[in-house]
Structure formats: structure tokens, C-alpha cells
Ligand binder design. Structure first.
Ligand code: S6P
Length: 575
């Protein structure tokens, strides 16, 4: 069975777990460049077919923008894909308002707005809920462009919605956005649903030549941390959505665009290639990784502080640490100027849900700043170099990521990263006016690349990653259940069936697996596994050492850094 590209191991980062902070940042940057350079024989972002599909979607989007009273553009996804959907809808609704047009973007995220801050993995497996939410927000609309984002071409929540759209083509134009070739879409049976994701994609393949059905699936290569689609796939999602909607807004405004679709994508490539061009900037990001990594190792916290969309980039990056690295909700947090007033999410103020839903500067001033520890790290993210003075009064480590020259910085910090966009090159690709209008998008993606490097680097330093694989994942949805089996199989060389048995023994804490347990539906295993810790490391060690579940737990209790136990085990130290 072939491994989907989004779940494959990237050879560039194979030894990231033993790299220095500077090496980590450099390796991640190399992986990010692959987004544009393409991967193996697969079609890249610049493939003719991809560009032609983008152009057709731009035309549909432009016609909806022109008829916003009856039309709607819906962006939908789970986890990071849903968060990028939210950010994009927010950005382009604001752009339409600026142009005195009716905002016509909506986003959907599995698990609703709670999932913007904390991972809600179970709803990802629920196609019925996906359809209900789609029906609810499109009620009364006669023309809907639906973009279902699922990087792995796998999320049932999105699969159900795509199928519903195909059954209602009079209203819906369905687009699937993901980063695997179609034959590698997930083919596992899904509970409460008669199709697999692959069957939905195959249906879309059949229909795409005769109807308004689109598949947008360039390949951007494996993720730097295996399966962590928040990284390259998340960035490529942002690039493609923004390419579509900047194009659509301008086409709707003037009937034409002053750039080719390809040039708009190239502008992100130029930004990526130039990211660390300023002297010392890669070293400065590596210094932040080191500060923040040392902080997490001493049980400290990392706080992102920012305004507008750069602040939101911080919040998104923070929200991904618990599902990706099993981090606690307090390890990395993001705060946003004016909190929910600026966030503008569907469900409004969620602060009553608890501490981790309190996101404003005032919340941070009240709850965090008086109690910071000297080794906590506050990272200010700013476009113009300005930082709210109230946020700087804290006795801890401070870092600044800014898009303004160093001379305009008003606070003193331990590390400062001064980024600058390659303005000339961008203007030559998209023109002066568009550069003025959309340069924020390039600051956002630069920020994403840097923050992803910071949180990846810090968790690597904390020993969370083995080679380039996060082995201590929570087994909290179908995708993660299968990923866990794949990890056990890879390192133990057991068969698929035996690897699954090992995982089940760890979940149910037994050495004697009954037939009754084996036959339970996967959702039962997920329910049992979700609240547990160290499920996969325990299974992995007992698979490698052929020992009991309790013996492998004993080894883990002796050495909490998973990376060390596993490498010691694989090199025979514990045998
Ligand atoms: C991945 C992230 C996850 C995914 C989510 C959706 O780094 O932690 O939350 O975004 O599982 O995945 P997909 O493949 O449907 O976009």
C-alpha cells in the first residue's frame, strides 16, 4: 500500500532530532522551498493543469463576489485547514468591505470555533455533522462556491460536504483542495458513511470534465515533521486560497487582473527564498528557538503577542502545539490586541469557556504578566515595529519579530528579527498597487514560516521528536489511529495486523487481546485512547522489545524523553 505524500518521511529532516537550533531552522527553510520547487514527478503549484484550474475557480469566485446577495463562498476544513479557512474568510471579507462591496465569505471548521484555539479531533471524522453545518450556513443561497480543504485528502467532515455539493450542483460548485495525488486519497471505511474519501474523489474525477467540479491537488512534498500538515501544506493552502481570492476580487472590480496567476504564486516563492536574506536573521530565529526551547525544558511558557493578522498567526501556531506535540495548553499561547473584537470569529466572544479562550492583551496583562517566570519567553510580532508599551512590562526573556527596520524598534529585547519583504521583486511580479494592497499577506506567510520554525525547533529540543517523527501523538481520530499503526510498523518491522494488535494492547493496557476488543469499531478504540498518555511509545517499545505493556511503561517511566528511550532501544541499550 503506498503512503500518501503528506504522510511520507522527508529525507531532508531525517536527523532533525540531533540538529542544533541553527541547523533546525535551516533544514525547515529547505523544506519550505520545496513547496514551490515541487516534488518528484508529481504536479507542482506551477503545473499547467493547476494554473488552469485556479483560473476557472477565480472566474466562479469573481461572479459570486459580483452577486453577493444570492451567492456565498464557503471555505471549510479541520484543524489547521479550518483555521486557514477562518483567516482567509476574515481577510477577504475585510477587503470587500474596504471596496464597499458585500462581504460574501464564510468559514466552517470541524468542532466549531472552539477548534480555532484547541484541537477538536473527533468532529473531523464526522461527515454527517459536516453536511449539517454546511446546510445551516448556506440556507437560502442560490450560488455557492465551496472549497473543502483537506491536505491529506482524508477528512470525512470535508468528504461528506463535497458529496453533498455534488448531489446539489444546481447551487454548489465544489472544489477539493489538498496535497496528495488523487489515487493516494484515504480509502479507509468511515463509520456513519457509505463512502471512503477516495470514492468521493473518484466521483469528482468523473464529474470534473462535464460539470463545475474542481480538484486542486498539487504536490508540495512530505512534511518536515512527518504528517504535520500544519507546516508545508498549511502554507500552500494559504498561498492557493489567496491567489484565488486576490484574483477574484480584482477581476470583479475591473474585469481584469494586472498579473498572471503564476506570477502571484511566484511572489510567495520570492518571499520564501528571501526570508532569511537579511544578515543574521536566520541566526536570530535560531536564538529564539534556543531561548524558547530552554524555557519549555524548564517548564516555562512561550507567549506570542501581536496585532491584527500577525497576532492571529501567533494564535494559530500556538493552537497547533497540543495536537502536534502533546504540549499543554499553557506551554504556548497567543494574545491578540483587542481580543475577540479584532478576531471576528463566527461565534463571538468565547472567553467564558475558560482561561485558554481568553486572548486579549488585557487578559494577558491581568493573568499572565504579573506571574511570568524569568525564563518564560514573550515574542512580540509586529508589522511596523510598534509594541503596546503595557505588554512590555514583564521580567522574562523577550524577542521581537518585526517587518520594520531595527532603528524603529522602541523596546529592548533579548533577540530581534528584522524581516523585510523583497519589494522590488514583488512589484515587478504583481505591480505597485497590488503590492500596496496585499503586502500584508506576504508578512503573514513570512510570520507563519518563522513561528512554525520556532515551535517545531523548541519541541525538537524538548526531545519530542524521534528522527523526524512525532511518536508520542494522541490517538484521537481516524487519521491519527492509522498514523500510529504506521509508526509502529515502520520501526518494529511487524506486519500491519501485528502492529495494530500492539497498539490495541497499549490502549487497553493488556497483554492478552481478546477477539471482542479486536472487533470493536475504530471509533471505540479512539474513544478509549484519547484520554491516555504515551499510548504509541508504549506500543512501540513493546513491539521492538517483544515485551509486555507494563515493561515498556516501566522503561518510559525511567526516561521521560521519548526520543532517548526509542533511540536507546533501537540501538539495543535496553536489551
Ligand atoms: C496538522 C494539524 C491537524 C490537521 C487536521 C486536518 O498538523 O495538527 O489539525 O490540520 O487534522 O488535516 P487535513 O489533512 O484534513 O487538512
Amino acid at each position: 500500500m503506498s503512503v500518501p505524500v503528506t504522510e511520507a518521511v522527508n529525507p531532508i529532516t531525517k536527523n532533525v532530532d540531533v540538529a542544533s537550533p541553527l541547523e533546525i531552522v535551516s533544514l525547515l527553510h529547505k523544506c519550505d522551498k520545496e513547496i514551490f520547487e515541487g516534488w518528484n514527478e508529481y504536479k507542482s503549484l506551477y503545473d499547467e493543469e493547476v494554473l488552469a484550474t485556479l483560473d476557472k475557480i477565480i472566474t466562479v469566485a469573481a461572479s459570486i463576489i459580483e452577486n453577493a446577495a444570492s451567492g456565498l463562498i464557503v471555505l471549510s476544513g479541520c484543524g489547521t485547514s479550518g483555521r486557514i479557512a477562518f483567516l482567509t474568510a476574515r481577510t477577504f471579507n475585510a477587503k470587500l468591505s474596504e471596496l464597499s462591496r458585500t462581504p460574501c465569505f464564510k468559514y466552517l471548521i470541524a468542532g466549531r470555533d472552539k477548534a480555532l484555539f484547541t484541537s477538536q479531533e473527533a468532529p473531523e471524522d464526522d461527515p454527517v455533522c459536516g453536511v449539517e453545518m454546511l446546510k445551516e450556513i448556506t440556507d437560502g443561497k442560490t450560488k455557492v462556491l465551496f472549497i473543502g480543504i483537506t491536505c491529506g485528502l482524508s477528512a470525512p467532515y470535508v468528504g461528506g460536504q463535497l458529496q453533498y455539493c455534488m448531489e446539489n450542483l444546481g447551487v454548489f460548485t465544489p472544489v477539493v483542495l489538498g496535497f496528495n495525488p488523487t489515487h493516494l486519497a484515504r480509502n479507509n471505511p468511515i463509520e456513519k458513511w457509505e463512502s471512503t474519501f477516495l470514492q468521493v474523489i473518484n466521483k469528482m474525477e468523473e464529474m470534473k470534465s462535464s460539470s463545475n467540479v474542481f480538484i486542486l491537488n498539487p504536490v508540495v512534498g512530505p512534511e518536515p515533521i512527518t504528517g504535520s500538515s500544519r507546516m508545508k501544506s498549511g502554507s500552500a493552502t494559504k498561498v492557493l486560497l489567496e491567489t484565488i481570492f486576490t484574483g477574484a476580487i480584482l477581476s470583479a472590480k475591473s474585469g481584469d487582473r494586472p498579473w498572471q496567476t503564476k506570477s502571484f504564486i511566484q511572489s510567495y516563492q520570492v518571499v520564501c527564498n528571501n526570508l532569511y536574506n537579511a544578515k543574521g536573521s536566520m541566526e536570530a530565529v535560531a536564538q529564539i528557538v534556543e531561548l524558547a526551547g530552554n524555557s519549555l525544558k524548564s517548564n516555562g511558557s512561550i507567549y506570542y503577542v501581536g496585532e491584527g493578522t500577525l497576532g492571529i498567526m501567533g494564535m494559530i501556531d500556538a493552537s497547533e502545539c497540543p495536537p502536534t506535540y502533546g504540549a499543554s495548553l499553557s506551554d504556548v499561547r497567543g494574545f491578540l490586541d483587542r481580543g475577540y473584537k479584532s478576531f471576528r470569529n463566527n461565534d463571538g466572544d468565547l472567553s467564558s469557556l475558560g482561561l485558554h479562550f481568553q486572548i486579549s492583551f488585557n487578559d494577558m496583562i491581568k493573568d499572565i504578566l504579573p506571574h511570568v517566570k524569568p525564563f518564560d519567553v514573550v515574542i512580540y510580532i509586529t508589522s511596523d515595529g510598534n509594541v503596546d508599551q503595557r505588554m512590555t512590562k514583564c521580567l522574562c526573556k523577550k524577542a521581537l519579530i518585526s517587518f520594520a527596520p531595527k532603528s524603529s524598534t522602541v523596546i529592548s529585547t533579548d533577540v530581534e528579527v528584522n524581516m523585510s519583504l523583497p519589494k522590488e521583486a514583488l512589484i515587478s511580479l504583481i505591480g505597485e498597487t497590488a503590492f500596496q494592497q496585499f503586502s500584508m499577506l506576504f508578512e503573514e506567510i513570512s510570520t507563519k514560516w518563522i513561528l512554525n520554525a520556532i515551535t517545531t525547533g523548541t519541541h525538537v529540543m524538548k526531545g519530542k521528536v524521534f528522527q523526524n517523527m512525532m511518536v508520542d501523538l494522541k490517538v484521537s481520530n481516524n487519521k491519527l489511529f492509522h498514523r500510529a499503526i504506521g509508526i509502529i510498523q515502520r520501526f518494529s518491522e511487524l506486519s500491519l495486523e501485528d502492529s495494530k494488535d500492539c497498539l490495541l494492547r497499549s490502549i487497553y493496557n493488556t497483554d492478552n487481546l481478546s477477539e471482542e476488543i479486536r472487533e470493536r469499531p475504530i471509533s471505540c478504540h479512539i474513544e478509549a485512547a484519547t484520554p491516555l498518555s504515551q499510548v504509541v511509545p508504549r506500543a512501540l517499545l513493546s513491539a521492538i522489545l517483544s515485551c509486555s505493556v507494563s515493561e515498556s511503561q516501566r522503561l518510559l517511566d525511567k526516561e521521560p524523553v521519548i526520543q532517548k528511550v526509542i533511540s536507546q532501544t533501537l540501538s539495543g541499550v535496553n536489551q
